[in-house]
Design a protein around this ligand. Structure first.
Ligand code: SAM
Length: 272
């Protein structure tokens, strides 16, 4: 069965339609629904389940007590982690209240909270032994402050895995970077030359930085192809503006990744 047919079937099964809503950003609720529609699960990160398997493979099937999915979006990642049995309890939080409402009603066995990472220690009282961030860190306007906040709800020895875009540095910087001070959402890829200092300054001990730029190249060109192949399905379900916005965003990302002005990384650290 072709991808196009698969997505068409998924569309008729799902009763949610978004074509009367403007998609302001792929990171907002409607944008996340579009991305998850394309990716055929409630993920809004590169590489879908393959990426989660890759990140979690570092832990050799260790079972955590309390895992927190930071910036969990629609909740698909948290559910996947539950299904794989990688933690006894799984919680997630996100600043997007619509995404949290969706996650709460879709994945009833998991704990979801709506809050901002900069205020998470006032909203969640559990102490976690594992934190995962899938394409979320780049969206934080103040990454150091976010790491500090997470450290406040981390047990000693807790593990942290940041899966995200990377800025290649070495004199080259991604043209897509924006700090968010102009009112647009930030796009701040992990800076490979400063991330270890940032972790050390916020009670995290850096363990390993893995370059996954080749996987990012593959995943993003695949996503652009999928989007183009499913143009009419996306326009039917969302609208033409949403399709154009998604294509423009993913084309820019793919171009920057292919030119090596943007990469992908997994940063592993441990709470001191
Ligand atoms: C690209 S989506 C990834 C969502 C999810 N991790 C996944 O893989 O499906 C980025 C998410 O980060 C969330 N986010 C951005 N800034 C945040 C903040 N300050 N606090 C909590 N969540 C935030 C957004 O609402 C969005 O759901």
């Amino acid at each position: 069965m072709s991808e196009r047919k698969n997505l068409g079937n998924a569309m008729t099964k799902n009763s949610l339609f978004y074509n009367n809503r403007t998609m302001t950003s792929l990171r907002k609720y409607v944008g996340k629904q579009l991305v998850s529609f394309l990716r055929k699960d409630n993920f809004a990160h590169a590489g879908e389940s393959e990426a989660i398997d890759l990140v979690m493979s570092a832990y050799n099937n260790h079972r955590f007590e309390h895992l927190l999915d930071v910036g969990c979006g629609l909740g698909g990642t948290a559910q996947y982690i539950k299904d794989k049995g990688w933690s006894k309890t799984i919680s997630g939080f996100d600043v997007d209240s619509e995404a949290i409402d969706y996650a709460t009603s879709t994945y009833k066995d998991l704990n979801f909270t709506c809050c901002d990472v900069f205020n998470v220690s006032n909203n969640i009282s559990t102490s976690f032994d594992m934190f995962c961030l899938f394409n979320v860190f780049y969206a934080f306007s103040d990454q150091k402050k976010a790491l500090h906040e997470l450290s406040l709800i981390a047990r000693k020895g807790a593990q942290l895995a940041i899966f995200d875009y990377s800025d290649p540095c070495e004199g080259k910087h991604t043209p897509l970077k924006r700090d968010g001070k102009d009112g647009r959402t930030p796009f701040i890829p992990v800076k490979l030359d400063t991330i270890e200092t940032m972790l050390s300054d916020t009670a995290w001990r850096p363990i390993e930085i893995v370059d996954i730029s080749d996987q990012y190249t593959h995943w993003y060109s695949q996503l652009c192809t999928l989007l183009i192949e499913n143009k009419s399905n996306v326009i039917d379900r969302f609208n033409e503006e949403a399709f154009d916005n998604a294509l423009s965003t993913y084309s820019k990302l793919t171009d920057a990744i292919q030119k090596k002005l943007l990469g992908g990384t997994i940063v592993y650290a441990e709470k001191r």
